[in-house]
Each structure stands twice: as structure tokens, then as C-alpha cells.
Design a protein around this ligand. Sequence first.
Ligand SMILES: [Zn+2]
Length: 205
Amino acid sequence: MRDSVPSVSVGPAAVVSCHVEQPLRDETWARFDALQRRRPGGFDVIALIRPPDPAYGEAEEPWLERARAAAAHAPLGLHTHWTSPTHARPTGGDPAARVRAEAAWMRERGLEPAYFCGGGWYTDDAVAAAVQELGLVDCTPRGGVPAPGILPTTHSLGRLARAVLGSLPPYVHAYFHDYDLLDARRRTALLASLAVLGRRRPPAP
Ligand SMILES: [Zn+2]
């Protein structure tokens, strides 16, 4: 059963993305990989993935293998963490330069990010300009409807779980973190919410 609210005018009806924060942690990766293969609610879950950070001893392999596996299931996105694997927002330097460098790094390795989401939801004018120049669709805005080059992120796991039981806006972009999948309760809530979301808002073509 689908709602009668017309959703065509706002573009894709529902989008689901995951902030892949722990791509090198086996347990987290296995959970994410299984979820992506399962296509909960019929959604191709976009992997907004954080590149490995050599400054923190993170190796390219098996990151590349995992990113390629994710790219086989759904479009990839770049999820820049500016300060460290566990500290997303910048604490100095040139944030836009890091975005350019990470996109180039991925492209040199045959990975083509299509989306971008700033770590900790950070952005600034230079970052937004770089994202646009790189041809990435920006998922960093936290609300509103899609616009050229922008696919705002609207629903956290908690908000989604509440929203699917009531009135849903025409456009929904739900996100979660890969580590949410380690928690059985959160995993179950996510799967249940996406099943309902998939019935009420068709996945983007
Ligand atoms: Zn993050």
C-alpha cells in the first residue's frame, strides 16, 4: 500500500545510506556487507565510506577489496573524516583540500564515488564547492528536498523508526552507521523500519 502523496516532484522517493565508519573492523564490515546483500526494503544501501587513514596505521588492503565489494551492490560515496578515524570534524588544515585528495585517491584506485557526506556533518563553502566540482552529490545537508547536486539526509535510525509508524514526508533519506549493526536491537529496528519504508516510499530507481 502506497500513500497518495505525490513524490515525483521531489525526485527519488526514498534513499538509504550508511556511514561506513569502521571499514577495517571485520565484525562491523561483515554486518554491513550482509545488510547490503540483503537489500532491506528493496533498497540499495549507499556506502558512504571513510577512506583508510595511513596516519592512524590503516592499510589500503583489505579496504580496497571491501570498497569494491560495496560498489558492486550500490553507488559509493566519500565520507571524509578530517581529524582521525574517530574524530570526524576538522581541527585545522584545509578541509576542502582533504576532500579533493580523498576523491582523487579513490579514483586512482578505480573507485568512483558518486556521493559525499561530510564527517560529523561538517561542511563549509570551500568544501561544498569542491564537492560540486568533483561531481559528487552532496548528502551533508540535514533536511529539505533534493536539488541539483544535493540529496539531503533527513532521517536517523531513531527518527525513521518513529516516522514509518506515522506521517512520512514525500522524500526520505535515511542513514545509519555501520556500527549500529553490531547492536541486535538497533539492527532489528533498522530492518523493520526499512521494510515499512520500502512499502510506503519506493526506492529511488
Ligand atoms: Zn563518520
